[in-house]
Ligand binder design. Structure first.
Ligand code: KG4
Ligand code: ZN
Length: 338
């Protein structure tokens, strides 16, 4: 079976083809980051227009890459939500219309399920059931994954998502958008012991998160300490130290909550996915923690941490082959989808 996957929920147009026998046979990605960076965040209308411009050429390129024609496909999967409504509608219209024209099933994929299943694209992959930490720009979720489609949310953020906290802190420090990777780069040169930042929600029971207090704490610390800097070199060092302290607080909070969830559920396999799973400090901390507490962590490869078509094609293929897919005659997008 060959499944075309379409991702257009935010600022990446991702098109891929997953073959249930041969794995990923095409993977095309166009990132709009440069377009939005000048505005310091994603501009929804510009995102929709850029998806319109790129989506069909990318589908053609994916077919060329896989050396097949549209008529060779067996199903079309697309991200139906959550995300920016205009951006989602581009993928939904193209996906649904293509499926209709080719007389193929159309599969609506939940963007976060795409992230959740992305580590299964790797050779060393987890088996169901497992625990999953989903950390992206819009979500911070701890999920008990029993099998395909059987997901129980154990923890959620009460305010900002982890990636959002990275992005806002990056903006505060004058770093480009999206700031997660710039904070990580800067943190590598900083002293994470210079300030003691709070570990939000750690002294409360449960598995929920909250990052907005940490964000405010970071802002106050940065503004206060900046006044004491005598020259540019000191300001730069302070910036790196703030980034390091912030990152350590986020990583510490995320990893300790994972450990708490592992103890609570008894899972021995932990999957970490979504844009923030590209964070090296997070990966390293979990690897060390896993050795000590006897659990194994699985991450997607770097290119599948952020939004991409491969994870949608794969999630579509899983749903299609396991017949966990509902047919819907309408073209629908769900900007908020639980
Ligand atoms: O999954 P994703 O590409 O898009 C959403 O579905 O939201 O996640 C994007 C988020 C952004 O907030 C970005 O700053 C963050 O992932 N991110 C990182 C790193 N790389 C990307 N955060 C921390 N460290 C990184 N290395
Ligand atoms: Zn995403």
């Amino acid at each position: 079976m060959k499944i075309l996957g379409i991702e257009s929920s935010c600022d990446e147009t991702g098109i891929a083809i997953y073959d249930t026998e041969h794995g990923l046979i095409a993977d095309q990605l166009y990132s709009q980051i440069e377009l939005h960076a000048q505005y310091g965040g994603v501009v929804p209308e510009l995102a929709s227009r850029d998806h319109v411009r790129k989506i069909v050429p990318l589908i053609q390129q994916a077919c060329q890459e896989a050396n097949l024609q549209l008529k060779d496909l067996d199903a079309v999967a697309y991200t139906a939500g959550p995300g920016l409504v205009g951006a989602l509608l581009v993928g939904a219209c193209v996906g649904k219309s293509l499926a209709w024209a080719l007389d193929l099933p159309a599969i609506e994929v939940h963007h976060m399920e795409g992230h959740l299943l992305a580590p299964l694209l790797e050779t060393d992959k987890p088996e169901f059931p497992f625990l999953c930490l989903l950390v992206s720009g819009g979500h911070t979720l701890l999920v008990d994954v029993q099998s395909l489609g059987d997901y129980k949310i154990l923890g959620d953020t009460l305010d900002d998502a982890a990636g959002e906290a990275f992005d806002k802190t990056a903006k505060l420090l004058g770093l480009p958008y999206p700031g997660g990777r710039y904070i990580a780069e800067l943190a590598a040169q900083g002293d994470a012991t210079r300030f003691k930042f709070p570990r939000p929600m750690m002294n409360r029971p449960g598995l929920d998160f909250s990052f907005s207090g940490l964000k405010t704490h970071t802002r106050v610390a940065w503004e206060k300490a900046q006044d004491d800097c005598k020259n540019e070199a000191e300001t730069q060092q302070l910036k790196a130290d703030i980034a390091a302290c912030f990152q350590l607080a986020v990583v510490d909070t995320l990893t300790k909550k994972c450990l708490r969830a592992i103890k609570q559920t008894g899972h021995q396999e932990l999957v970490i996915s979504g844009g923030v799973s590209a964070n090296i400090a997070l990966r390293e901390t979990l690897a060390v923690m896993g050795q000590k507490h006897r659990f194994k962590s699985y991450f997607p490869s770097m290119k599948y941490c952020s939004d991409n078509g491969a994870m949608i094609a794969f999630a579509g293929a899983m749903r299609f082959t396991h017949k966990v897919t509902a047919q819907n005659a309408l073209i629908k997008a769900y900007p908020r989808w639980s």
